[in-house]
Write a new protein. Structure first.
Length: 289
């Protein structure tokens, strides 16, 4: 049993977290370069929380330019045990209207050219992404979102697109045919990197729009998203508070805490010392370096 330290990654519309007590913005440097912003470290209902605005305060960084490795490394370095990601999403389903909160459980990655692994030549690892979301976090978040007054859908497949442009109508229809439920530009490689860093991860998507697949509808525009974001962000803040309140005092170990025990394949004497040094925060537990 140990303590929780919850990393919250705030998406579009969520750039700070007023509710944190004794809160302080701290700069964290990483071997991957700078994260999107300083980290806001504080406490909520007795638990430690570390907040990072995904796009930086003022929304400065587009999805394809996020330094996702630095973001996850900084959160790990700050002691986070678990990651809660909050995102604006488009809906690919009639029954998921704007305002609905979707606690997703699967992803399809259509991003291109983003650095999507901490590992590489000199230190090779293959983690499982079969079940990319931590069920314990997801269920606690779903309960908290409901308690905050949101209509919540448990489970759903999130299509991660490259962006920054929105989809064409043909793409949007294709993703529906693939069985995807919601769409966004940021959950990948975030979820992959969280898993590599042995951080249980869950994502709450807040629907802002119907993308562009609905016949006769105007396609999504940023102004429409921002209007819906304002309303969603109020509920999201309440959800975070209720989530903190619902966390048990002690954190029981998760199987995700030790995924690298099975994933690292490079023999100890073949491991590149430079890689080991670079991955100090991510995998010191298993490499001892
Ligand atoms: C502001 S609309 C598009 C933008 O919003 C989502 O960001 P986030 O997941 O950080 O809330 C989407 O993925 C795009 O980056
Ligand atoms: N329709 C959409 N497509 C991609 N990302 C989004 N974020 C919010 N709405 C979106």
């Amino acid at each position: 049993m140990s303590e929780w330290t919850i990393g919250i990654i705030g998406g579009s519309g969520l750039y700070e977290l007023d509710a944190l007590e004794d809160a302080q913005w701290i700069a964290v440097d990483t071997p991957w370069g700078p994260p999107s912003d300083e980290l806001l470290v504080g406490r909520l209902h007795g638990h430690k929380f570390v907040f990072l605005p995904r796009h930086g305060r003022g929304h400065r960084i587009p999805p394809g330019d996020l330094n996702v490795r630095a973001n996850l490394d900084a959160l790990k370095r700050a002691g986070c045990t678990d990651i809660v990601a909050i995102s604006a999403i488009g809906s690919l389903r009639e029954e998921l209207p704007p305002g609905r909160f979707v606690v997703v459980d699967q992803f399809i990655d259509r991003t291109v050219g983003r650095a999507s692994s901490f590992f590489g030549p000199g230190l090779v690892a293959h983690v499982s992404m079969a079940d990319p979301v931590c069920p314990r976090l997801a269920e606690t978040l779903a309960g908290a979102a409901e308690a905050a007054g949101a209509a919540v859908t448990r489970g759903g497949t999130y299509l991660a697109m490259e962006g920054p442009q929105f989809s064409s109508r043909a793409e949007s229809e294709l993703y529906r045919q693939w069985g995807c439920d919601v769409i966004g530009m940021t959950a990948m490689p975030e979820a992959k990197l969280a898993r590599e860093a042995e951080l249980p991860y869950a994502l709450v998507g807040m629907v802002t729009d119907y993308d562009c697949w609905r016949v006769g509808d105007k396609p999504v525009e940023v102004a429409e998203i921002i209007a819906q974001l304002m309303a969603n962000a109020v509920t999201a803040r309440a959800m975070v508070e209720l989530f903190a309140k619902a966390l048990p005092a002690d954190r029981e170990a998760s199987p995700i805490d030790t995924v690298l025990d099975q994933a690292l394949i490079t023999a100890p004497d073949a491991r590149d010392p430079e890689m080991l040094a670079k991955l100090d925060a991510v995998c010191r537990r298993v490499t001892g370096r």
